[in-house]
Design a protein around this ligand. Structure first.
Ligand SMILES: NC(=O)C1=CN([C@@H]2O[C@H](COP(=O)(O)OP(=O)(O)OC[C@H]3O[C@@H](n4cnc5c(N)ncnc54)[C@H](O)[C@@H]3O)[C@@H](O)[C@H]2O)C=CC1
Ligand SMILES: O=C(CO)COP(=O)(O)O
Length: 358
């Protein structure tokens, strides 16, 4: 297997876990962290721990850290960008003039900006020169940091507009415990990764309110329909939303106790205030900000997203969770699948039968 030099920007949970993975895969890995103390701990053979964002996990001896962002950029053949969405543009502005033509940048963030309603691919394409756009890939799919680091079997999707770049990243990051699939549907993968966080908050609320397994399954299914409608209206391929970045990550974050987004919803459902929940969490739950972006995007493209809107209202307008969920259950009764779509496909089927030569 080919070994390269990996640089990771972002010493949070996911950046740290991907570094563990890359070190284990034999890549020479250097992580950028903003905190001198975290860097010193990672570089100290007696400590080898990220005590702020990845407590209790002993990091590989070969993994090194630096607080010098440009040293990490200069080190890397493959650069993993693992900062929360609100910090992506500022981070790129610091590094864009130092990127070299042979480098490939892999974005791992899952969010949509409030101000511009951009997914992370759009932020990269805005901030980076056009000459670098074909060197960018995106990693998404069900992959809790703690499980990646502990070598639990994980499958993710790598998206890129350039097939050669996509295949190279897929090959460099895949191991016997971390299997990468590939796709050209960057738009679909980016929207899926961001929107599932909103659904995870909603699922947490359902669980916090003790609505039971039926309620959770209903929210996942109807929420997935909303994500499909919205993402397809914004240019995604529908099949991507049934893939790892779509249904795969929805299942994980809507049901997994390790999800920060689900935890936010759970605590909101139990009656805690958002400010208290956020103040008590070191980690970022991207769905909090993305719920506003998703609600605005749906309005912009005139797509009905009652569950996303409900999450937005509870999170940002202090709507009462129980009353909001009651409203969802008493909406006008409607067909499960658009009747015109269903009728069209049935007609096609009948037409095919009537032309059967037998
Ligand atoms: N943790 C996980 O299991 C997974 C996370 N992701 C995504 O990866 C991205 C990063 O998430 P995590 O590593 O989990 O973050 P985290 O919540 O563990 O850590 C927060 C990160 O934000 C950085 N940060 C805080 N303030 C900053 C600022 N002003 N400027 C620059 N950076 C700042 C911190 O240094 C740290 O790297 C997110 O978009 C998340 O959705 C994707 C897959 C799995
Ligand atoms: O995206 C994730 C797993 O794929 C992590 O989800 P949370 O940010 O909700 O923990």
């Amino acid at each position: 297997m080919e070994r390269v030099r990996v640089g990771t920007i972002g010493g949070g949970a996911f950046g740290t876990s991907l570094c563990v993975h890359c070190s284990r895969a034999g890549h020479e890995t250097l992580i950028y962290t903003r905190d001198e103390g975290v860097t010193a701990d990672i570089n100290n053979p007696q400590v080898k721990e990220n005590k702020v964002y990845f407590k209790g996990f002993r990091l590989p001896g070969s993994l090194r850290a630096s607080t010098n962002l440009l040293d990490v950029v200069a080190h890397a053949d493959l650069l993993l960008l693992c900062v929360p969405t609100p910090y992506v543009a500022a981070t790129l502005e610091k590094i864009r003039d130092h990127l070299q033509p042979h480098q490939v940048l892999v974005s791992c963030s899952k969010g949509i900006l409030n101000e511009t309603l951009e997914t992370v691919d759009k932020i990269l394409e805005r901030v980076l020169p056009v000459s670098l756009h074909r060197r960018i890939a995106f990693l998404s799919g069900p992959s809790f940091a703690a499980e990646v680091a502990r070598e639990k079997p994980t499958c993710v999707t790598i998206a890129a507009r350039d097939l050669a770049v996509c295949k190279r990243v897929q090959m460099l990051l895949s191991t016997g415990r971390f299997r990468c699939y590939r796709t050209a549907d960057v738009t679909g993968v980016e929207l899926a990764g961001a929107l599932k966080n909103v659904l995870a908050i909603g699922c947490g609320m359902v669980d916090g309110l003790d609505f039971g397994g039926n309620g959770r399954a209903a929210l996942i299914t109807r929420g997935h329909s909303e994500i499909v409608r919205l993402a397809v209206a914004l240019g995604a391929h529908p099949l991507t939303l049934s893939g790892l970045a779509g249904i795969g990550d929805i299942v994980l974050t809507c049901t997994g106790d390790l999800s920060r987004n689900r935890t936010v919803g759970l605590r909101l459902g139990k009656g805690e205030a958002l400010e208290d929940i956020i103040a008590s969490m070191k980690a970022v739950a991207e769905g909090v900000l993305t719920s506003r972006s998703a609600h605005l995007l749906a309005q912009k493209v005139k797509i009905s997203t009652p569950i996303i809107d409900a999450v937005y209202r509870i999170v940002h307008e202090r709507a009462d969770p129980l009353a909001t969920l009651d409203q969802l259950m008493s909406m006008d009764l409607m067909p499960e699948v658009d009747e015109a779509v269903l009728a069209a496909s049935t007609a096609t089927h009948l037409l095919t039968e009537s032309h059967d030569p037998a």
